[in-house]
Design a protein around this ligand. Sequence first.
Ligand SMILES: [Zn+2]
Length: 78
Amino acid sequence: MSNELDKTKFKKCSCSVDVEDEKVTIKNHYSLMGWFWWSMGTTAIPKSISFKCNKCDIKFEEITDVGLIKHHMYYRKH
Ligand SMILES: [Zn+2]
């Protein structure tokens, strides 16, 4: 088991910016129940996470797989 984000599981932007790049805006999208738990101070698992490249201003990846979302939440650096 590695203790780093497995970047091969994520798409890259066409300009080669990847999901851990500092030029990426990461957005967690929660379901209504997710917002509820989040407002109660509980860590909710987002419904999806999207990655936007700030250089190209495009969303180049969106993950909806729960396993992948958990993997990202656990290992993300920023
Ligand atoms: Zn880009």
